[in-house]
Design a binder for this molecule. Structure first.
Ligand code: GLY
Length: 362
């Protein structure tokens, strides 16, 4: 099993285990044996819909591990759920030696990490992510938190998990749309740092889109998940608190967040990962217009993302994006950091007003 390290300075902050085994229980068990008291927080739906997650929950329960089920949704990504997790830990008598293991997607890992970070001024936590998106992004890097007053992830802390356990087996039962959301974040990661993985990922997801079954590509996807985790672990090791390089991970996200907020206003279904894919194509268009790339990057990404089954067109009039990029009216006219790809494997930061960015894509 590959181990990837997140090191901040000289300190080992977190470990990422990329487990290739069809049955991840023995490997997870061996890691958990190093902890005296483990408490689990599991997304009830993930445990029900994902046989692999269900098996882990059942196994932990049979070993006497207390388990708290939550409903992981954006609406319930709130302080109320964090307080419910804290109540569970208190009722169970969890002490400072506790390890809180989250089993679920990004919403579950974000909330559990936050609850553990403030419980008794911080106890250890670990993640067993059950979606591709959380494996390549949310469960790595220590961003935890909840939504508040209609702002996403506005309350939270950056604190590293003890470990993140990646198992490709959870992906077998993942709905196609969830797989595509993770695909978009993975492609985004390889556009930031390629090492030859971008094209491999495009080929793999194109094959899946053409109907090849994931079970026959499990070791390939596991290798790409590991490669993507290595890129993110490296970035986080160098810039844990997002003062510089970590901003690169927001490639496509400024456009994506604007689209997501318009989608919410208009009651349109637009999951985060799909918005990131479209946002990355728009960022490439900006780069083409500014002469930062060879002028054909947007066309290339459109072709590649399309082949993978990702949407590539903004579902809203482009002129609506700029106002949606401002978090509040007072920010109007201010420059924001746009991460723009110069090619596959290299991005730069450009500070522009949202209006300037939208003009480049219009
Ligand atoms: N999701 C971007 C980051 O963790 O920095």
């Amino acid at each position: 099993m590959e181990t990837i390290f997140v090191k901040t300075g000289t300190t080992l902050a977190s470990q990422i285990y990329n487990c290739p085994d069809a049955d991840p229980v023995p490997a997870l068990d061996a890691i958990l044996a190093g902890y005296d008291r483990v408490y689990a927080v599991a997304d009830s739906l993930a445990a029900e819909k994902c046989p692999c997650a269900g098996k882990i929950v059942e196994h932990l329960s049979s070993k006497g591990c207390p388990i708290f089920g939550i409903n992981a949704s954006e609406a319930e990504k709130s302080m109320d759920t964090v307080l419910a997790i804290a109540s569970f830990l208190m009722e169970q008598g969890a002490d400072r030696d506790a390890l809180v293991l989250a089993i679920g997607g990004g919403i579950t890992t974000d909330m559990t990490g936050f609850a553990a970070s403030i419980y008794k001024r911080g106890v250890r936590f670990a993640f067993f992510p059950t979606t591709l998106l959380s494996q390549v992004d949310a469960a790595i890097g220590g961003k935890t938190g909840v939504n508040f007053l209609n702002y996403k992830n506005i309350l939270g802390v950056i604190r590293q998990p003890e470990f993140t356990f990646l198992s490709p087996s959870v992906l077998l039962s993942l709905p196609k749309e969830d797989l595509l959301c993770g695909c978009a974040e993975m492609l985004k990661t390889f556009i930031i740092q390629d090492d030859g993985n971008y094209q491999k990922a495009v080929s793999l997801f194109s094959a899946l889109h053409q109907g090849v079954h994931l079970s026959s590509l499990l070791s390939e996807i596991s290798a790409l998940v590991g490669a993507s985790a290595r890129v993110k672990a490296g970035v986080v090791s160098r810039d844990q608190f997002e003062k510089g390089e970590r901003r690169n991970l927001n490639l496509g996200h400024t456009f994506a967040h604007a689209m997501e907020s318009l989608a919410m206003e208009n009651n349109i279904h637009l999951p985060h990962g799909l918005a990131v894919g479209i946002g990355t194509v728009l960022a490439a268009k900006c780069a083409d217009s500014l002469g930062l790339s060879d002028g054909s990057l947007e066309r290339r990404l459109r072709t590649d993302f399309n082949a993978c089954g990702l949407p590539v067109d903004c579902p809203f009039p482009l002129e609506n994006l700029a106002p949606a990029m401002y978090k509040d009216k007072k920010a109007a006219g201010k420059k924001v950091h746009f991460i723009l790809p110069e090619g596959i494997g290299k991005v730069v930061v450009r500070d522009m007003t949202p209006e300037e960015a939208v003009e480049l894509i219009g």
